[in-house]
Design a protein around this ligand. Structure first.
Ligand code: 5RP
Length: 233
């Protein structure tokens, strides 16, 4: 019996995603440990002669890509991408995702939306029947954060979702600040029976910059499993 670690499954998914990358592609690079496997493997292929242009979704990914000698661009210079490769905190059978655990959901969503296709790479532990076991990250403007927090609570309650909301911190009393200069609220709602309705409600709140529900963005999910990969979509 082969025992493959979560890291091994992430690496397998990243390797399978890399196999779809061809010369000259414009790529969106995700954020997180799974995306980091992809960037690492991509760096090795580029050293062997593959030529691609990459738009990173975070300063963290930018630093990694830079250190590997990848050709970097921005969405201002390269507003249309061929493929975004990114991880997820959770996914369901309908290709709906929760993202943002790594604090980069806004740029990840902008890059995914600018890409013709988005391949999600994840280990099998991220698959769920119903989204919501992972607290949903919501990126909010710093101005009026407390008021926005209350709006989120009220909007969720309207859908029967009640759960503790927590302002993400890097240390007690020190809010985590995203690359875009915003705060993140982690919403532990539990099972989200209607992600589409919640996404609509959250997007309508003025102080919400964006939320971690990615719906209709993923083209396919490459799931690392114990004996290779499984493709959903
Ligand atoms: C970052 C993300 C990541 O893709 C998500 O948190 C998954 O991370 P990991 O691959 O480390 O499990 O959304 O904002």
């Amino acid at each position: 019996m082969s025992v493959v670690s979560a890291e091994g499954m992430k690496r397998a998914a990243a390797r399978a995603a890399l196999a779809t990358v061809t010369h000259g592609m414009r790529l969106g690079l995700g954020t997180g440990s799974t995306a980091a496997h992809f960037v690492d493997l991509l760096g090795a292929r580029v050293k062997e002669g593959l030529s691609v242009v990459c738009v990173p979704t975070s300063e963290r990914t930018r630093a990694q890509a830079e250190s590997l000698g990848l050709t970097l661009s921005t969405l201002d210079e390269t507003p249309q991408l061929d493929l975004a490769i990114d991880g997820a905190d959770e996914f369901d059978a309908s290709l709906r995702l929760i993202k943002g655990g790594g604090g980069a959901l806004l740029r990840e969503k902008i890059v995914a939306a600018a890409s013709e296709r988005m391949f999600v790479i994840a280990d099998a532990t991220k698959e769920v029947k119903t989204l919501g076991a992972f607290p949903l990250p919501v990126e909010i403007d710093r101005f009026g954060a407390r008021a926005t927090f209350l709006h989120i609570e009220r909007a969720a309650r309207g859908l029967g979702l009640i759960g503790p909301l927590t302002l993400r911190e890097t240390a007690p009393g020190e809010p985590f600040v995203t690359d875009g200069g915003h705060y993140t609220v982690d919403c532990a709602f539990g099972a989200i029976d209607d992600p589409d309705a919640l996404a609509t409600r959250l997007s309508a709140i003025p102080g919400v910059v964006d939320h971690g529900l990615f719906i209709g963005l993923a083209t396919a999910i490459i799931v690392g499993v114990s004996d290779g990969v499984r493709i959903i979509g």
